[in-house]
Design a protein around this ligand. Structure first.
Ligand code: SAM
Length: 266
């Protein structure tokens, strides 16, 4: 039987998968690892045995308390009872700097907000190995022009290179979720500088671009309040077809259009 437990609590019950997830992080012996939603510790125990410093963050008070006492004697492991969505990730790093390796079998009910929170902290993250619902993984890794390409794809690919590592059936979890799960590795490498764009402005532009899937990109931009003259001129000057939809536009083209529109609005 499948079910939807509270806080997305489907615990990993496949030791080989837990091992593969930790292996996919690479060498973690020197730096800080952030585990999102450690739960009962299926992945945590493997991380604790290898990481220089591990911070495991769970919103469930009793699970966090259980792990806290389990690792009370290990001063390399810190368990925080906290909402990952309000966690300041930069504050987890030592004064000497470095970047985080992030890992987690994510609570699926907040996958997109967690990803957006990671991207807000992109400058302090080196890589992330995360388990997400298979359909979400397909969206994150999609190519422009395909059905799955959308706001989540464009935003993710702006901040990271995406690799699809493996997929697990519901039976790998207890209780089993209703969906298949896929492990992705995100290697953080921001494209903001090479595309010549600013983070906040471009993310706003992407949100406007994908606001209504059935509308053309030009219509979405006009609907978001950009002047019709400016929108038409931006398409003309960049040579991008004015009938294109946002999902067909590669990131480089979207950035060109954004820069042009921004210039004419200044
Ligand atoms: N890592 C464990 C495993 O693989 O067995 C548990 C994964 S379970 C899919 C997701 C975990 O995220 C749960 O332990 C849940 O309590 C926790 N969680 C849910 N919402 C959270 C939030 N907003 N911040 C931090 N942890 C959260």
């Amino acid at each position: 039987m499948t079910s939807k437990p509270k806080l997305g609590q489907n615990f990993l019950a496949d030791p080989a998968a837990a091992y593969a997830i930790v292996q996919a992080l690479g060498d973690i012996s020197a730096g800080t690892v952030l585990e999102i939603g450690p739960g009962k510790g299926a992945i945590t125990s493997l991380l604790a045995a290898r990481a220089g410093h591990l911070v495991a963050v769970d919103l469930d008070a009793s699970l966090a308390a259980r792990l806290t006492s389990e690792y009370a004697m290990d001063d390399r492991v810190e368990v925080l009872h906290h909402d990952i969505l309000t966690l300041d990730m930069a504050g987890l790093l030592p004064n000497t700097g470095g970047k985080l390796a992030v890992v987690g079998n994510l609570p699926y009910y907040i996958t997109s907000p967690i990803l957006l929170h990671l991207f807000e902290h992109a400058n302090v993250i080196d890589r992330a190995v995360i388990m997400v619902q298979r359909e979400v993984a397909d969206r994150i890794a999609a190519a422009p022009g395909t059905r799955d390409y959308g706001l989540l794809t464009a935003t993710t690919q702006l901040f990271a290179r995406v690799e699809n590592l493996f997929t697990l059936p519901p039976s790998a979890f207890s209780p089993p979720p209703e969906v298949y799960s896929t492990v992705l590795r995100l290697t953080f490498a921001s494209r903001l500088a090479d595309l010549g764009i600013d983070r906040l402005g471009f993310i706003k532009f992407l949100k406007e671009s994908f606001a209504q899937k059935r509308k053309t990109l030009a219509n979405n931009l006009r609907f978001a309040g950009h002047g019709p003259e400016n929108v038409a001129a931006a398409f003309r000057r960049t040579g991008i077809s004015s009938t294109i939809r946002a999902e067909a536009l590669p990131l480089e083209e979207a950035a060109r259009l954004y820069r042009d529109l921004q210039d004419s609005e200044q």
